[in-house]
Design a protein around this ligand. Structure first.
Ligand code: PMP
Length: 412
């Protein structure tokens, strides 16, 4: 493995024992750990600058406003948005997608239209679109996944058939949280644009794991969560192309997003304020900016390369275990930094519970991917997901733990 800086010292939470064993945190697909600089940004804000934003003329309010708007500019740079006004702070990916599905969906969908998603969507990028289709009378369709273990990714021939001029929106995940498949997002946006469809990318699993450039992708909307990219919980981003945002009515109304209000009516500020009613999550936005600094300082290409190497190493080590079924791309094929697997006759919840005894944090279940699980003929998988502080040695601990479990259940 190429030299990779030992970043573990930056993450206080990693330095503890769980059940008498050193913590091996492999649940990064669910949430990532936070470096000291992000924790410090939160503490600094609450200790020195805490105040409400935008409305105050006193020093603390101005500092808080500068910090909050500075974070917006920082995030815009992180994803190469053309304009900070295209960055709307949300609670996370789920809220961002709901805002688009409700605001844009309400304004643009009608009976006869098609809402297109894929067969590997997280419920957060599936249920809001099902609801938008239902509310408008549009039809909901999805691009199927290929292969019994979904090793082929999405069926691109089917995508060609499905992308007709009736498709008004194509919502898809950049990286599957269960399969580790990396979708060709720029290609999808190009094809969708050719039929006039608006694109919505779920970037929850991609944005903190490598370079991401919304202009190069050519997407209309993109949503992600701070907590999966070394930032705090409770903050996320909805990116929207300015031309689209300015034409959208807000989904939520109240203080801060209005220009003028009478007893009868109100008018809206432009984006992003239009979509941020009420007091925003100032502290977490500022700490998200600190997370962007942290990831950029390490190098986004380097993070992606590190994730990929760990995933391939895990694939090689896990694939020799007796009776294992690994889903998603095969050994050697591109995949993100996660591996999902199942053992015949052993429930994922038992695996996760046993692994915890060895200090290993995994996730077991349907991963908010119930339709995909049904397609695979599974009810659950165990998922190991890696990030910039994980090591090959930790994967060795994971594999040893799996061997112990298989022995216990008499399957090895
Ligand atoms: N999409 C994907 C692909 C995810 O992995 C997740 C989180 N598991 C979400 C959406 C939802 O993110 P959040 O819960 O932070 O809104």
């Amino acid at each position: 493995m190429p030299t990779w800086p030992n970043v573990r010292a930056d993450f206080p939470v990693l330095h503890q024992q769980v059940n008498g064993k050193p913590l091996v945190y492999l649940d990064n697909g669910a949430t990532s750990q936070k470096p000291r600089s992000v924790i410090d940004a939160l503490v600094h804000y609450y200790e020195r600058d805490n105040s409400n934003v935008h409305r105050g003329l006193h020093t603390l309010s101005m500092r808080a406003t500068d910090g909050y708007e500075g974070a917006r500019t920082r995030v815009a740079r992180f994803i190469n948005a053309a304009d900070p006004a295209e960055i709307i702070f949300t609670r996370g990916t789920t809220e961002g997608i709901n805002v688009v599905a409700r605001s844009w969906g309400h304004a643009h969908l009608k009976p006869g239209d098609i809402v297109l998603a894929t067969g590997m969507e997280h419920h957060s990028n599936l249920v809001p679109w099902q609801q938008a289709a239902r509310a408008s009378g549009a039809t909901f369709k999805f691009v199927p996944v290929l292969g019994a273990d979904a090793e082929g990714g999405l069926d691109l021939a089917a995508l060609d058939q499905l992308l007709t001029p009736q498709v008004k929106v194509f919502a898809f995940t950049h990286i599957s949280n269960t399969l580790g498949t990396i979708n060709p997002a720029a290609e999808f946006c190009r094809r969708a644009r050719a039929v006039g469809a608006v694109t919505v990318i779920d970037a929850a699993q991609s944005v903190g794991h490598g370079p991401l450039d919304v202009q190069a992708l050519g997407c209309d909307f993109l949503a992600f969560s701070g907590h999966k990219m070394c930032g705090p919980t409770g903050i996320g981003v909805l990116y929207g192309r300015r031309a689209l945002l300015d034409k959208l009515a807000p989904d939520e109304t109240g203080g801060g997003m209005v220009v003028s209000v009478t007893y009868e009516a109100a008018t809206w500020k432009p984006a992003p304020e239009r979509f941020e009613a009420g007091t925003p999550n100032v502290a977490d936005a500022i700490a998200l900016g600190a997370a962007c600094d942290y990831l950029d300082a390490l190098g986004r290409d380097q993070i992606a390369a590190h994730d990929a190497l760990l995933a391939q190493y895990a694939m090689e080590q896990l694939s020799v275990l007796p009776g294992i079924r690994i889903i998603g791309p095969r050994v050697g094929a591109p995949r993100s930094g996660l591996v999902s697997f199942a053992f015949e006759g052993v429930h994922a919840h038992d695996i996760v519970t046993f692994a915890d005894e060895d200090g290993v944090a995994l996730r077991g279940g349907h991963h908010c991917n119930q339709p995909l699980m049904r397609h695979l003929g599974l009810t659950s998988t165990t998922r190991a997901s890696f990030y910039l502080y994980n090591t090959e040695q930790e994967i060795d601990v994971l594999v040893a733990s799996m061997r112990r479990i298989l022995k216990f259940f008499g399957t090895a």
